[in-house]
Design a protein around this ligand. Structure first.
Ligand SMILES: [Zn+2]
Length: 236
């Protein structure tokens, strides 16, 4: 009996992560139905506070709320990642409430032990010609982000490449941010993608279609799996 047990224990240890102990990715579709004007500290122990959620942008042609676009892409991405054997945790499962704010979003990712905390957004600008895709990641700050800085930067680079490839929008590159509450509270690798500009008529029109939402999800799936050193073939 003992021999069988230790044999089984050994067998369990060599099972691929996807079967015995799947990697967890936390998807964070930005915003919600309503903004949240309450404030929260921008990092653990900080006296600097920022608004929990300004509410996001809106499609200049489509009229689509950013919260809704982010959510639609996240749902498509969840399906792709789950089919690839990843366990997906969502920070919200509908667009129907006041935004929970960024400390709570980060805590969800921390408690899930996320291999990647992927925050999904679309951009807005007062300049209607502004367009393109970019990806943000935390600046290094001792005690807050130094433990996740390198992995976040690497994931940002990979996901940005795959998302630009999938959407074929202009590549606005990467940006380090020290002022994002949801970054500073994260204890797991974290990035935030800005898929495109909803204030640009061309990008809004495209992003409001199911075809482009699927393209975005596919690019994010490939970027996520590559950053986790998995085969992108699983994204389909
Ligand atoms: Zn946003």
């Amino acid at each position: 009996m003992l021999i069988i047990c230790s044999f089984l224990a050994g067998a369990l240890l060599v099972l691929p992560a996807s079967a015995a102990n799947p990697l967890v990715v936390v998807l964070d579709p930005g915003h919600d139905l309503r903004a949240n004007p309450a404030t929260e500290p921008i990092g653990p122990g900080s006296s600097t506070r920022k608004i929990k959620d300004g509410g996001g942008t809106r499609g200049v042609v489509s009229g689509l709320a950013e919260a809704q676009l982010n959510f639609r892409v996240a749902l498509r991405l969840r399906l792709l990642l789950e089919a690839a054997g990843i366990r997906v945790v969502m920070t919200r499962t509908k667009t129907a409430a006041t935004s929970i704010g960024n400390v709570v979003r980060a805590r969800i990712a921390n408690e899930a032990g996320a291999a990647l905390f992927l925050r999904i957004h679309a951009d807005g600008s007062s300049d209607p010609s502004a367009r393109g895709t970019h990806t943000l990641y935390p600046a290094r700050r001792r005690g807050w982000t130094d433990d996740v800085y390198a992995a976040s930067r690497r994931a940002a680079r990979i996901v940005q490449t795959e998302l630009v490839r999938a959407l074929a929008f202009p590549d606005r590159g990467l940006q380090e941010r020290s002022d994002f509450t949801g970054f500073n509270w994260a204890n797991v690798p974290v990035i935030l993608v800005e898929m495109g500009f909803m204030t640009n008529a061309t990008e809004d029109r495209l992003l409001s279609t199911k075809a482009y939402q699927q393209r975005a999800a596919l690019g994010l799936c490939r970027g996520t799996l590559r950053s986790l050193r998995r085969s992108v073939a699983a994204c389909g």
